[in-house]
Design a protein around this ligand. Structure first.
Ligand code: SF4
Ligand code: SF4
Length: 143
C-alpha cells in the first residue's frame, strides 16, 4: 500500500530545499502574474506525479480544469495556491539567469522522480494544462 503521508512529507521537504536555494539566488519576483498566463507569456510549465499528489492533497479534491492558456488558480493576477504551487512555479523568475533555473529544475526533477520508485508510484511529467484537465475529469490516476 502506498505510504501517501510519507510522499506528501517528502515533496514538502523538496519544496523547502528549493525555496531555500531560490531565496539565496533570485531577486524578488514582483508577483505581477504575467508568467501564469502561459500562452500570452510564451512560457510552458510541466508538473510531476508527486507534485500533483501534493497539490491535490492540499487543494483538492475539486481540481480546476484549464480551458485557456491561463492557470485557473490565478485570481486578480495572484496565485491562490501559493504555498502548494509546483516546482516550475517556484523556479521560474524572469529576473534570474536561465542556466541557473535549468540547473535547479534538473535537480528538483531528479529528486521528485526518485520518489516514484521509492514509493512504487508511476512517474508522469505533464504539461500543466494537460495535468489539470485530466485530473479534473478523473482521467489521471493518482494513488
Ligand atoms: S499554481 Fe500559482 S504560480 Fe503556478 S501557474 Fe498557477 S497561479 Fe501561477
Ligand atoms: S517571475 Fe516575472 S513575470 Fe512572473 S510573476 Fe514574477 S515578476 Fe511577474
Amino acid at each position: 500500500m502506498t505510504d501517501y503521508a510519507a510522499i506528501i512529507h517528502q515533496v514538502g521537504s523538496i519544496y523547502q530545499w528549493l525555496d531555500g536555494r531560490l531565496a539565496a539566488l533570485a531577486p524578488a519576483c514582483r508577483a505581477c502574474g504575467n508568467c501564469c498566463d502561459f500562452e500570452a507569456y510564451g512560457h510552458r510549465l510541466y508538473v510531476t506525479t508527486p507534485e500533483l499528489l501534493y497539490f491535490k492533497h492540499f487543494t483538492g479534491p475539486g481540481i480546476k480544469p484549464m480551458p485557456s492558456g491561463v492557470c485557473p488558480y490565478q485570481a486578480d493576477r495572484q496565485c491562490t495556491v501559493y504555498p502548494y504551487r509546483f516546482s516550475g512555479c517556484r523556479i521560474f523568475n524572469c529576473h534570474t539567469d536561465a542556466a541557473v533555473q535549468n540547473e535547479l529544475c534538473e535537480e528538483a526533477l531528479r529528486r521528485l522522480k526518485a520518489l516514484c520508485p521509492a514509493f512504487d508510484i508511476a512517474y508522469e511529467y505533464l504539461y500543466l494544462k494537460d495535468a489539470l484537465n485530466l485530473l479534473s475529469q478523473n482521467k489521471l490516476h493518482l494513488p
